[in-house]
Design a protein around this ligand. Structure first.
Ligand code: SF4
Length: 73
């Protein structure tokens, strides 16, 4: 599976995966570089709306847990 073309500018990866490292590294291996890439809700929104998804939108379609978002802008 090829790497998602948005991996290096994906706000979810840059903000949240980096922040809780290594706990969410599976998102990168399974979605950004793996077999679930075509199921990524962020990628889906990018394609459908042509706009950058909210950073808090996870590849699963869930929102990041509130506890991770308390001091984010
Ligand atoms: S989370 Fe989705 S949009 Fe972001 S880099 Fe990974 S596969 Fe691409």
């Amino acid at each position: 599976m090829s790497e998602c073309q948005h991996l290096h500018d994906c706000e979810f990866v840059l903000r949240y995966v980096a922040r809780v490292k290594p706990h969410w590294d599976d998102f990168v291996s399974l979605y950004c570089r793996g077999v679930f890439q075509e199921n990524c809700k962020r990628l889906e929104q990018l394609r459908e709306l042509g706009s950058c998804p909210d950073p808090k939108l996870m590849p699963t379609g869930h929102r990041v847990p509130h506890v991770l978002d308390q001091d984010q802008t």
